[in-house]
Write a protein that binds this ligand. Sequence first.
Ligand code: BTN
Length: 239
Amino acid sequence: MNLFYLEETDSTNKYAKEHINEFPDKTVIYTYNQTAGRGRLDRKWSYAGEDNIYASIILKPSDKMQEIYSNLTQYLCVTLAQTFEEYGVVPKIKWPNDILINSKKISGILAEGVINAGILEGLILGVGINLNTKKEILDKIDKPATSLDIETGHFIDKEKFLTKLLDKFCLLYDRFIEEGFLIIRDDYIRRAEFLNREITVKVFDKEICGIAKDVTNTGALVLEDKNQIKHVLLMGDIL
Ligand code: BTN
């Protein structure tokens, strides 16, 4: 991986998008001072202090968009979970790619693609990770949130965490691009906290309620509603 550090930026995803042609495949743009972080569904990712990670991985697997690429956030999510586990905590995955510890969110992923005249210039996987976040900051977040230092009881070295995460990400990346979600499905499902529960999923402006039954070989969520109709969801947000 090529590492590119920014002293400060509004959003590493935005920076990656604007400068995508200046960076090779497998570049990580990161900062410890992100002033206007963006989240999924037009939400924001608040600045949580300089001892946390704000990073965007630029990937250029080919110049054509492929379905498998939409599962890359789940791949990153599994590698994140494995990294957290090295610190002795028990991370759970909330479909598609949030990580919760003790039912509180600790990291989030925002994926974006840059396509110009039908050519895929690159994919951007942005990740925000709460490593050392003060309780006052977490309390201001609209949903329950936590930080690795709170869960472990000790300060976390952000550089070491990032190195561990990127090493894990590289390990199976090339195989993942060839073979897709199936190679991580077991690792994903083992950590899933939503299965066999009644959940509501927001898909654009529609809400679907039902029991989460399964995650398919392509990473989609199977939701069975009260009329026993199965919905196979490729995107959405569990409320
Ligand atoms: C979410 O859970 O809604 C996704 C949050 C993603 C936040 C990260 S922080 C680094 C990168 N730059 C951004 O502006 N967003 C992502």
